[in-house]
Design a protein. Structure first.
Length: 555
């Protein structure tokens, strides 16, 4: 940890200029607060830019567990005092249509991206700025970093997106074609936006958007959910959820807001960071950015430092981010660029690994076969035609576990390190025209306790795979449309299970769990709009297509 001694030290007090207005190129006034060292001279600056409201970013004097009920999830702009005391200006801005800014909210669309460009250039021209600007913050504050960087403002010299999805459709709104309902039940209530018209009115036309909404209001999913019915009937109540519902396939609405569509336009250094438990949103975004951005870059993959889970205000790994910006904005050699480009925590054994690539060198793609008896085995099972099944329960009572099947290895004779993406190929048939598949990879300890390592999802009608964009252990689904299931016909479903780095210890078991639904009891935030009709899921085990999971095992 000698590099800590090379970092900028806390030598300044904080001077605040609140309630400033910056003019965007179209005349819209954007509100921001500026926190700068109380000293003469010029300093590099960091922009934090979001929809959560600049005023709340410094409202909490102590860090508390992340709580949807408390609504503290948006306190993610970063530690102002930490960076300003070390010789940085921290600018916290409200995006258009939110907080104290004028205009209509654009949900990370082109206007919001261009506003970020304008804010960067305004900051660089101020008498307290030395012309070098970076960006700071996690989640929304991090995603917008990619999108603003792609507009190429001349004075944005580096970014540090911490926890940022990069594919709006796949990483955030629809997991495997299944609506991420739980998160968007809650999210709109936590942003600093009043009413707005759905953005789909611009993409589809109001008549077409409302036509789609009326059709959805007749479906079983909406009939079972007064919340969704009201969302569709009154579009301004939750306009973004309305947009998501009437846009169930990937397309222009999501592409405009997906950093992965702009990676080739990012020309500045990037420090990428994510948590392994961020499989429902930000983890795959970090790894996609690592693969898609060709600039000087470093990546940190770890876990929440606190035993209580994520805490807010966000304050994690600020020393690593300071180290990054000291190098790129102050020209101080902190040694960061002399180290291996990837540093990752292997969960289970809690050991760190430095790597030159993702997945790391030494990974071998290893098959474990599913058997009708509930085993996961490296030996290819016999070709006899067997089957097993479960039926999902749309009327499941609170606190009950969803019906599911589990497949287990024998207790491991030696540790097994799984590091990389995971793919499941599942042969199954259904007695309905569609279904939702929820896959969990779990670690079972000798005492019988289990915890989730990572998850995957797939809507059966979205099963099409684009082989040209698929990778080992990672099937790519276009999600351009749905193709109904023929009742009773056997299909092979290729399911993308999110990346992980986990070491299953000796005497532990690797568990693969397959269900047709998840609930708020499983996770109060990350639950999905699952199959509303009781459906038989029949798994087949024969010679034509042996169901198996492909694991990246580090030897």
């Amino acid at each position: 940890m000698d590099w800590l001694k090379q970092l900028s030290q806390p030598t300044y007090t904080v001077l605040a200029d609140r309630g400033l207005k910056v003019m965007a190129r179209d005349g819209t006034r954007l509100a921001c607060d500026v926190f700068r060292p109380d000293a003469s001279g010029t300093f590099p600056a960091l922009l934090s830019y979001s929809v959560y409201g600049k005023d709340i970013q410094r409202s909490a004097e102590r860090r508390l567990p992340l709580s949807p009920a408390r609504g503290n999830g948006g306190l993610e702009a970063g530690n102002t005092e930490f960076f300003v005391s070390r010789g940085y200006v921290h600018v916290i801005a409200d995006c258009r249509g939110s907080g104290d800014s004028d205009g209509v909210y654009d949900f990370q669309g082109r206007r919001e991206q261009e506003d970020g460009y304008d804010l960067i250039e305004w900051i660089s021209a101020q008498p307290w700025c030395n012309g070098n600007v970076g960006m700071l913050g996690m989640s929304y504050f991090a995603v917008i970093q990619y999108l603003v960087a792609a507009t190429q403002p001349p004075h944005l010299k580096a970014i540090a997106p911490y926890e940022a999805y990069s594919d709006r459709y796949r990483h955030s709104v629809y997991h495997g074609g299944i609506l991420n309902e739980g998160f968007y039940h809650q999210w709109w209530g936590h942003v600093s936006v009043g009413t707005m018209r759905p953005l789909s009115f611009r993409y589809l036309g109001e008549e077409e958007a409302l036509k789609r909404a009326r059709a959805l209001m007749k479906t079983p999913e909406v009939a079972d959910s007064p919340f969704l019915y009201i969302t569709l009937k009154y579009p301004e109540k939750n306009p973004l959820l309305f947009d998501f519902l009437i846009n169930p396939h990937d397309g222009p609405f999501y592409w405009e807001r997906s950093p992965c569509r702009y990676f080739e336009k990012i020309k500045i250094p990037c420090f990428i960071a994510a948590r392994w438990s961020g499989w429902p949103i930000h983890l795959p975004g970090a790894l996609a950015a690592w693969a898609g951005i060709d600039t000087p870059k470093r990546m940190l993959l770890m876990e929440t430092p606190s035993i209580h889970g994520p805490l807010r205000p966000w304050d994690d790994h600020k020393e690593e981010i300071l180290r990054w910006y000291d190098h790129w904005l102050k020209g101080n050699d902190t040694g960061m660029m002399d180290e291996p480009p990837i540093r990752l925590l292997i969960k289970g054994s809690d050991r760190w690994l430095d790597a030159d690539q993702w997945p790391p060198k030494g990974v071998q793609w290893t098959k474990l076969h599913l058997t009708a008896e509930g085993s996961l085995t490296g030996e290819e099972p016999s070709s006899t035609d067997k089957k097993t099944e479960f039926v999902n329960d749309p009327a499941i009572l609170p606190g009950q576990r969803a019906p599911h099947l589990q497949f287990s290895t024998e207790p491991l004779l030696e540790p097994l390190a799984v590091i990389g993406p995971i793919a499941l190929r599942l042969q199954a048939s259904l007695n309905r025209s569609d279904a939702t598949l929820i896959v969990s990879l779990k670690d079972r300890a000798p005492d019988g306790s289990e915890h989730i390592v990572t998850k995957g999802w797939l809507r059966a009608s979205h099963r099409q795979v684009d082989e040209s964009r698929s990778k080992p252990g990672q099937p790519f689904h276009p999600h351009q449309g749905g193709e109904p299931i023929e009742l009773g016909r056997r299909y092979v479903f290729a399911i993308d299970v999110r990346e992980t780095a986990h070491e299953f210890l000796r005497d532990h078991r690797l568990i693969l769990e397959i269900a047709g639904q998840d609930t708020a009891a499983d996770d109060p935030i990350w639950y999905h709009l699952c199959n509303p009709v009781a459906t038989r899921h029949i798994l087949h085990f024969d010679a034509s297509e042996k169901s198996h999971v492909v694991l990246p095992v580090l030897r």
